[in-house]
Design a protein around this ligand. Sequence first.
Ligand SMILES: *Cc1c(COP(=O)(O)O)cnc(C)c1O
Length: 380
Amino acid sequence: MPWRVPLADLAFGPEELEAVIEVIESRWLTMGSVTERFEKSFAEYLGVRHAIAVANGTVALHLAYASVGLRPGDEVILPSLTFVATANAVRYTGATPVFADITSASDFGLSPRAVEEAITPNTKAIAVMHYGGYMCDMPAILNIAQKYKLTVIEDAAHAPGSSLQKKPAGTWGHIGCFSFFSNKNLATGEGGMVVTQDDSLAEKIALMRSHGMTTLTWDRHRGHAHSYDVVALGYNYRIDEIRSALGLVQLEKLEKNNEKRREISALYREHLSKVDGLNLPYLDYSEVSAAHLFPVLLDKSLNRQAFITEMHTQGIQTSIHYPPIHQFTYYQSLGDMPTLPVTESVAGCEVTLPLYPGMEAEHVENVVEAVGVALEKSCE
Ligand SMILES: *Cc1c(COP(=O)(O)O)cnc(C)c1O
């Protein structure tokens, strides 16, 4: 279906094309000098010691969880209102995800109070997710983590360029994980990054990214090594040079693109904050958000499916972020899942509107008009 306004769109230009051609002409496609430059630039951008590029955001999370030694029996407290990967990656280690509620209908971040209530002697880590680029209450989460000696992992897939008190998302916890999937703020198709200030975690993550091998094909190609040892069980979670080249170009554009996302979000808020039937989260948010998503909540009396159907009829693509993980069949099969009143309430009436850097004021008006019609259709 050709959308009048799609949910997301790439911010690609001739620079991305040139960067890819350059890699192809270099005749070196696997992890090499371009990936090294991408990692170095990303680390500098966040002001963090280590950035390790990987195949996608899901394996970034897996490496983060694995590097802190999670095992069966261990528990990780995390939100249910996130993409399923945040929890799936916990399961890859055999550990148990323990879902905790979000703060409120205007702040979809993990609730520090709910986190503290969910702690047991088996709790090893807290994983937060900065919904839509709006950051969780990290000072409160870190306080709890210190008190109970827990590791904090940030799923910062929505938040490259977000910051809280000027400290970037991904650098508050022990490990930060990013995704460069096609619809993310920094897009390479597939791709991800793990960041940390901790030298020993970084070493483990880098080893596990490539089979636990002590040298890379790239080292041997350059004559820096002739053989290798395998010192841990690892995986093939490597990124390739084509994607790293896209990542370098996209990183250059990230601040400008995030600024455009913030401007479009502000325009939406101007038009929609006083509309009957709609509630907007993060209206008072005063920190720097990467503005990855623009979520709205419909009044409980309205029919969400009718709203979405009418938006689609009008050529406006929408989405739902997210069907809560604790209600999925697989997670229910793991055992009793908690009741999460705020998560369930928000997830039941949330709709995500189109947002991407190339959106013009005219597109925003198209969406706003369609919202007006769809709201009427959804009370019938
Ligand atoms: C996109 C996303 C991921 C997973 O990233 P992939 O690169 O698609 O594997 C994880 N968590 C959240 C919140 C995401 O939005």
